[in-house]
Design a protein around this ligand. Structure first.
Ligand SMILES: [Zn+2]
Length: 117
């Protein structure tokens, strides 16, 4: 999953990919701190595991919405309205379901803290 932290120097949000799905796994993988270079200012950022947070990717909703609209515009020319209504309810709900699933994982990650000395 994708995890986020704020740079101690420029306060910009950075992210990194990890296989860990909770802070215990992240602690096992990285130790008590993550050491990452800020992509905005280049500072090496040392952050406690508990200060790292997860969040759902809102681009899934944006891209899903755009795709849904484009798809509707295209099939509108070829198929009857009733079919458009049915397929659209499926097409627009898929990105939402994926996003909600990520959001659930993210809040599960965020609410469990580790003892990091
Ligand atoms: Zn920075």
């Amino acid at each position: 999953m994708k995890l986020y932290y704020y740079c101690s120097s420029c306060q910009k949000e950075n992210s990194f990919q990890t296989k860990a799905t909770n802070r215990f796994e992240l602690q096992k993988e990285r130790g008590n701190f993550i050491n990452e270079r800020c992509t905005k200012c280049g500072t090496i950022v040392k952050r406690r595991i508990n200060r790292v947070h997860a969040k759902a990717n809102k681009w899934i909703l944006v891209l899903g919405g755009i795709f849904g609209i484009l798809f509707t515009a295209i099939i509108f020319l070829f198929v009857p309205l009733i079919i458009i209504v049915v397929t659209n309810s499926v097409i627009f709900s898929v990105p939402f379901i994926v996003w909600r699933e990520q959001d659930k994982k993210a809040s599960n990650f965020n609410k469990v803290m580790v003892a990091d000395g």
